[in-house]
Write a protein that binds this ligand. Sequence first.
Ligand code: CAA
Length: 283
Amino acid sequence: MDIQKIGIVGAGQMGNGIAHVCALAGYDVVLNDISQDMLDKALALIDRNLERQVSRGKISDEEKQSAMARISTTLVLTELGPSDLIIEAATERETVKQAIFEDLLPHLKPETILTSNTSSISITRLASRTDRPEKFMGFHFMNPVPVMQLVELIRGIATDEATFAACKAVVDKLGKTAATAEDFPAFIVNRILMPMINEAVYTLYEGVGNVRSIDESLKLGANHPMGPLELADFIGLDTCLAIMNVLHDGLADTKYRPCPLLTKYVEAGWLGRKTERGFYDYR
Ligand code: CAA
Protein backbone atom coordinates (compact mmCIF):
# COMPACT_ATOMS: atom_id res chain seq x y z
CA MET A 1 0.00 0.00 0.00
CA ASP A 2 1.27 3.45 -0.90
CA ILE A 3 1.06 5.57 2.22
CA GLN A 4 0.66 9.31 1.71
CA LYS A 5 -1.58 10.56 4.48
CA ILE A 6 -0.79 9.84 8.13
CA GLY A 7 -3.23 10.48 10.98
CA ILE A 8 -1.65 10.93 14.41
CA VAL A 9 -3.70 10.69 17.61
CA GLY A 10 -2.24 12.65 20.52
CA ALA A 11 -0.21 15.86 20.31
CA GLY A 12 1.95 15.28 23.40
CA GLN A 13 5.73 14.93 23.31
CA MET A 14 5.64 11.76 21.19
CA GLY A 15 2.75 12.80 18.91
CA ASN A 16 4.25 16.17 18.01
CA GLY A 17 7.65 14.62 17.34
CA ILE A 18 6.06 11.99 15.10
CA ALA A 19 4.13 14.71 13.22
CA HIS A 20 7.41 16.64 12.80
CA VAL A 21 9.37 13.75 11.23
CA CYS A 22 6.48 12.51 9.07
CA ALA A 23 5.81 15.97 7.62
CA LEU A 24 9.52 16.55 7.01
CA ALA A 25 9.68 13.25 5.11
CA GLY A 26 6.89 14.42 2.79
CA TYR A 27 3.77 12.84 4.28
CA ASP A 28 0.53 14.77 4.72
CA VAL A 29 -0.15 14.76 8.45
CA VAL A 30 -3.36 15.27 10.39
CA LEU A 31 -2.68 15.69 14.09
CA ASN A 32 -5.55 15.11 16.51
CA ASP A 33 -5.91 15.85 20.22
CA ILE A 34 -8.80 16.45 22.60
CA SER A 35 -7.27 19.77 23.69
CA GLN A 36 -6.88 22.82 21.43
CA ASP A 37 -4.19 24.06 23.78
CA MET A 38 -2.19 20.85 23.21
CA LEU A 39 -2.56 21.24 19.43
CA ASP A 40 -1.43 24.89 19.56
CA LYS A 41 1.53 24.01 21.76
CA ALA A 42 2.43 21.09 19.49
CA LEU A 43 2.52 23.28 16.37
CA ALA A 44 4.62 25.90 18.15
CA LEU A 45 7.05 23.22 19.33
CA ILE A 46 7.32 21.61 15.89
CA ASP A 47 8.05 25.06 14.43
CA ARG A 48 10.75 25.64 17.05
CA ASN A 49 12.35 22.22 16.60
CA LEU A 50 12.34 22.57 12.78
CA GLU A 51 13.92 26.02 13.18
CA ARG A 52 16.61 24.44 15.33
CA GLN A 53 17.35 22.06 12.44
CA VAL A 54 17.45 24.99 9.99
CA SER A 55 19.84 26.97 12.19
CA ARG A 56 22.18 23.95 12.43
CA GLY A 57 22.15 23.54 8.65
CA LYS A 58 20.40 20.16 8.78
CA ILE A 59 17.43 21.29 6.65
CA SER A 60 16.67 24.35 4.51
CA ASP A 61 14.12 27.02 5.39
CA GLU A 62 12.07 25.83 2.39
CA GLU A 63 11.98 22.30 3.76
CA LYS A 64 10.84 23.67 7.10
CA GLN A 65 8.07 25.73 5.51
CA SER A 66 6.77 22.83 3.41
CA ALA A 67 6.84 20.50 6.42
CA MET A 68 4.76 22.98 8.44
CA ALA A 69 2.34 23.34 5.50
CA ARG A 70 1.81 19.56 5.42
CA ILE A 71 0.53 19.46 9.02
CA SER A 72 -3.10 20.14 9.81
CA THR A 73 -4.68 19.77 13.24
CA THR A 74 -8.14 18.75 14.40
CA LEU A 75 -10.08 18.22 17.61
CA VAL A 76 -12.33 15.77 15.77
CA LEU A 77 -10.92 12.25 15.86
CA THR A 78 -13.07 11.03 13.00
CA GLU A 79 -11.42 13.54 10.64
CA LEU A 80 -8.51 11.11 10.61
CA GLY A 81 -10.78 8.76 8.62
CA PRO A 82 -9.20 9.29 5.16
CA SER A 83 -5.68 8.48 6.45
CA ASP A 84 -3.68 5.59 4.93
CA LEU A 85 -1.88 5.03 8.22
CA ILE A 86 -2.91 5.87 11.77
CA ILE A 87 -0.28 6.26 14.48
CA GLU A 88 -1.92 6.37 17.90
CA ALA A 89 0.27 8.23 20.40
CA ALA A 90 -2.21 8.95 23.17
CA THR A 91 -1.58 8.42 26.85
CA GLU A 92 -0.09 5.06 27.88
CA ARG A 93 -3.36 3.59 29.20
CA GLU A 94 -4.93 0.60 27.51
CA THR A 95 -8.54 1.69 28.05
CA VAL A 96 -7.83 5.08 26.47
CA LYS A 97 -6.18 3.49 23.44
CA GLN A 98 -9.00 0.97 23.00
CA ALA A 99 -11.64 3.71 23.15
CA ILE A 100 -9.77 5.71 20.48
CA PHE A 101 -9.62 2.73 18.10
CA GLU A 102 -13.29 1.94 18.73
CA ASP A 103 -14.32 5.50 17.86
CA LEU A 104 -12.10 5.60 14.78
CA LEU A 105 -12.95 2.24 13.21
CA PRO A 106 -16.30 3.08 11.58
CA HIS A 107 -14.67 6.05 9.78
CA LEU A 108 -11.60 4.30 8.36
CA LYS A 109 -11.03 3.00 4.84
CA PRO A 110 -10.85 -0.81 4.79
CA GLU A 111 -7.19 -0.71 3.75
CA THR A 112 -6.04 1.76 6.43
CA ILE A 113 -3.25 0.45 8.62
CA LEU A 114 -3.65 1.01 12.36
CA THR A 115 -0.60 1.34 14.58
CA SER A 116 0.11 2.24 18.17
CA ASN A 117 3.17 4.04 19.52
CA THR A 118 2.65 2.17 22.79
CA SER A 119 5.88 1.59 24.65
CA SER A 120 4.72 -1.56 26.39
CA ILE A 121 1.09 -2.64 25.92
CA SER A 122 0.32 -5.89 24.06
CA ILE A 123 -0.14 -5.25 20.33
CA THR A 124 -1.99 -8.55 19.95
CA ARG A 125 -4.52 -7.53 22.59
CA LEU A 126 -5.04 -4.02 21.18
CA ALA A 127 -5.39 -5.50 17.67
CA SER A 128 -7.92 -8.10 18.79
CA ARG A 129 -10.36 -5.34 19.74
CA THR A 130 -10.34 -3.94 16.18
CA ASP A 131 -11.88 -5.18 12.92
CA ARG A 132 -8.43 -5.54 11.31
CA PRO A 133 -5.88 -7.39 13.48
CA GLU A 134 -3.94 -8.30 10.32
CA LYS A 135 -3.53 -4.58 9.54
CA PHE A 136 -2.48 -3.62 13.06
CA MET A 137 1.02 -3.31 14.52
CA GLY A 138 3.28 -1.51 16.98
CA PHE A 139 5.16 1.56 15.67
CA HIS A 140 7.29 2.71 18.58
CA PHE A 141 9.34 5.90 18.30
CA MET A 142 11.93 7.06 20.85
CA ASN A 143 12.03 10.46 22.52
CA PRO A 144 13.08 13.03 21.26
CA VAL A 145 11.64 11.71 18.01
CA PRO A 146 13.47 14.08 15.63
CA VAL A 147 16.82 13.05 17.13
CA MET A 148 16.56 9.34 17.96
CA GLN A 149 17.40 6.98 15.11
CA LEU A 150 15.40 3.93 16.20
CA VAL A 151 11.81 2.84 15.57
CA GLU A 152 10.70 -0.47 17.06
CA LEU A 153 8.28 -2.34 14.81
CA ILE A 154 6.20 -4.92 16.64
CA ARG A 155 4.05 -7.51 14.90
CA GLY A 156 0.97 -8.74 16.72
CA ILE A 157 0.17 -12.42 16.35
CA ALA A 158 -2.09 -11.70 13.35
CA THR A 159 -0.13 -8.89 11.62
CA ASP A 160 0.34 -9.72 7.93
CA GLU A 161 3.48 -9.25 5.89
CA ALA A 162 2.01 -6.49 3.69
CA THR A 163 1.32 -4.39 6.81
CA PHE A 164 4.81 -4.97 8.15
CA ALA A 165 6.36 -4.10 4.75
CA ALA A 166 4.29 -0.89 4.48
CA CYS A 167 5.35 0.25 7.96
CA LYS A 168 8.98 -0.66 7.32
CA ALA A 169 8.84 1.46 4.13
CA VAL A 170 7.59 4.42 6.20
CA VAL A 171 10.48 4.00 8.67
CA ASP A 172 12.92 3.94 5.72
CA LYS A 173 11.39 7.08 4.24
CA LEU A 174 11.72 8.83 7.62
CA GLY A 175 15.44 8.06 7.41
CA LYS A 176 15.25 6.03 10.62
CA THR A 177 16.29 2.47 11.45
CA ALA A 178 13.75 -0.21 12.29
CA ALA A 179 14.32 -2.87 14.95
CA THR A 180 11.83 -5.71 14.89
CA ALA A 181 10.60 -6.86 18.29
CA GLU A 182 8.31 -9.71 19.22
CA ASP A 183 5.10 -8.83 21.05
CA PHE A 184 6.07 -9.38 24.70
CA PRO A 185 5.72 -6.83 27.51
CA ALA A 186 7.67 -3.62 26.80
CA PHE A 187 9.30 -5.12 23.65
CA ILE A 188 13.11 -4.58 23.51
CA VAL A 189 14.07 -1.02 24.46
CA ASN A 190 11.85 -0.62 27.50
CA ARG A 191 12.35 -4.21 28.66
CA ILE A 192 15.97 -3.23 29.24
CA LEU A 193 15.79 0.53 29.86
CA MET A 194 12.95 0.67 32.42
CA PRO A 195 14.37 -1.85 34.90
CA MET A 196 17.58 0.21 34.79
CA ILE A 197 15.65 3.41 35.55
CA ASN A 198 13.64 1.60 38.26
CA GLU A 199 16.90 0.33 39.80
CA ALA A 200 18.23 3.90 39.82
CA VAL A 201 15.11 4.92 41.80
CA TYR A 202 15.74 2.02 44.23
CA THR A 203 19.34 3.22 44.56
CA LEU A 204 17.97 6.62 45.58
CA TYR A 205 15.24 5.09 47.81
CA GLU A 206 17.77 2.99 49.71
CA GLY A 207 20.12 5.96 50.14
CA VAL A 208 22.99 4.43 48.20
CA GLY A 209 23.37 7.69 46.30
CA ASN A 210 21.59 11.00 45.84
CA VAL A 211 19.97 12.28 42.64
CA ARG A 212 23.11 13.98 41.39
CA SER A 213 25.58 11.25 42.32
CA ILE A 214 23.42 8.57 40.67
CA ASP A 215 23.11 10.55 37.44
CA GLU A 216 26.77 11.61 37.42
CA SER A 217 27.83 7.99 37.95
CA LEU A 218 25.99 6.73 34.88
CA LYS A 219 26.95 9.73 32.74
CA LEU A 220 30.64 9.71 33.57
CA GLY A 221 31.01 6.04 34.46
CA ALA A 222 28.99 4.44 31.68
CA ASN A 223 28.91 7.23 29.07
CA HIS A 224 25.11 7.60 29.12
CA PRO A 225 24.04 10.93 27.53
CA MET A 226 21.63 11.51 30.44
CA GLY A 227 21.62 10.06 33.94
CA PRO A 228 18.78 7.58 34.63
CA LEU A 229 16.83 9.94 36.92
CA GLU A 230 17.17 12.84 34.48
CA LEU A 231 16.01 10.46 31.74
CA ALA A 232 13.04 9.33 33.87
CA ASP A 233 12.02 12.99 34.27
CA PHE A 234 12.41 13.43 30.50
CA ILE A 235 10.26 10.39 29.65
CA GLY A 236 7.66 11.14 32.36
CA LEU A 237 7.48 9.30 35.70
CA ASP A 238 3.87 8.25 35.01
CA THR A 239 5.00 6.59 31.78
CA CYS A 240 7.92 4.89 33.57
CA LEU A 241 5.56 3.57 36.25
CA ALA A 242 3.01 2.40 33.67
CA ILE A 243 5.72 0.46 31.81
CA MET A 244 7.05 -1.12 35.02
CA ASN A 245 3.49 -2.22 35.86
CA VAL A 246 3.10 -3.79 32.42
CA LEU A 247 6.40 -5.68 32.92
CA HIS A 248 5.46 -6.73 36.46
CA ASP A 249 1.96 -7.92 35.53
CA GLY A 250 2.87 -9.36 32.13
CA LEU A 251 5.97 -11.30 33.16
CA ALA A 252 4.80 -12.10 36.71
CA ASP A 253 8.29 -11.70 38.12
CA THR A 254 9.05 -9.68 41.28
CA LYS A 255 12.27 -8.39 39.73
CA TYR A 256 10.07 -5.91 37.83
CA ARG A 257 8.25 -4.50 40.87
CA PRO A 258 8.07 -0.70 40.63
CA CYS A 259 10.04 1.12 43.32
CA PRO A 260 7.65 2.58 45.96
CA LEU A 261 9.40 5.93 45.59
CA LEU A 262 8.48 6.02 41.89
CA THR A 263 4.86 5.31 42.80
CA LYS A 264 4.93 8.04 45.45
CA TYR A 265 6.25 10.67 43.03
CA VAL A 266 3.52 9.80 40.54
CA GLU A 267 0.87 9.97 43.28
CA ALA A 268 2.20 13.43 44.18
CA GLY A 269 1.76 14.56 40.58
CA TRP A 270 5.54 14.96 40.27
CA LEU A 271 5.77 13.54 36.78
CA GLY A 272 9.06 15.07 35.63
CA ARG A 273 9.71 17.84 33.14
CA LYS A 274 6.12 18.06 31.96
CA THR A 275 4.92 19.08 35.44
CA GLU A 276 8.15 20.96 36.20
CA ARG A 277 8.83 18.67 39.16
CA GLY A 278 10.24 15.17 39.28
CA PHE A 279 13.57 14.01 40.61
CA TYR A 280 14.70 17.51 39.66
CA ASP A 281 12.90 20.81 40.20
CA TYR A 282 12.44 22.67 36.87
CA ARG A 283 10.48 25.64 38.26
N1 CAA B 1 14.00 18.35 17.75
C1 CAA B 1 15.01 18.54 16.87
N2 CAA B 1 16.31 18.48 17.24
C2 CAA B 1 16.58 18.29 18.54
C3 CAA B 1 15.58 18.10 19.52
C4 CAA B 1 14.25 18.13 19.07
N3 CAA B 1 13.23 17.92 19.92
N4 CAA B 1 16.17 17.90 20.72
C5 CAA B 1 17.50 17.95 20.52
N5 CAA B 1 17.74 18.19 19.20
C6 CAA B 1 19.06 18.23 18.54
C7 CAA B 1 19.85 19.46 18.88
O1 CAA B 1 19.55 20.53 18.00
C8 CAA B 1 21.28 18.99 18.69
O2 CAA B 1 21.61 18.99 17.30
P1 CAA B 1 23.14 19.05 16.78
O3 CAA B 1 23.72 17.70 17.04
O4 CAA B 1 23.01 19.33 15.33
O5 CAA B 1 23.81 20.13 17.55
C9 CAA B 1 21.22 17.56 19.17
O6 CAA B 1 19.86 17.16 19.06
C10 CAA B 1 21.68 17.42 20.59
O7 CAA B 1 20.86 18.29 21.40
P2 CAA B 1 21.46 19.32 22.48
O8 CAA B 1 22.81 19.81 22.05
O9 CAA B 1 20.41 20.34 22.76
O10 CAA B 1 21.52 18.51 23.82
P3 CAA B 1 22.31 17.20 24.20
O11 CAA B 1 23.59 17.05 23.46
O12 CAA B 1 22.30 17.25 25.67
O13 CAA B 1 21.33 16.03 23.69
C11 CAA B 1 19.54 14.50 23.88
C12 CAA B 1 19.99 15.95 24.07
C13 CAA B 1 19.59 14.14 22.40
C14 CAA B 1 18.10 14.45 24.36
C15 CAA B 1 20.50 13.57 24.69
O14 CAA B 1 20.58 13.99 26.03
C16 CAA B 1 20.06 12.12 24.68
O15 CAA B 1 20.29 11.39 23.73
N6 CAA B 1 19.41 11.68 25.80
C17 CAA B 1 18.90 10.31 25.93
C18 CAA B 1 17.59 10.20 25.20
C19 CAA B 1 17.03 8.82 25.29
O16 CAA B 1 17.58 7.91 25.89
N7 CAA B 1 15.85 8.66 24.67
C20 CAA B 1 15.13 7.42 24.71
C21 CAA B 1 14.13 7.51 25.80
S1 CAA B 1 13.27 6.02 25.93
C22 CAA B 1 12.03 6.16 24.86
O17 CAA B 1 11.79 7.13 24.23
C23 CAA B 1 11.20 4.96 24.77
C24 CAA B 1 9.98 4.97 25.63
O18 CAA B 1 9.01 4.34 25.21
C25 CAA B 1 9.92 5.56 26.98
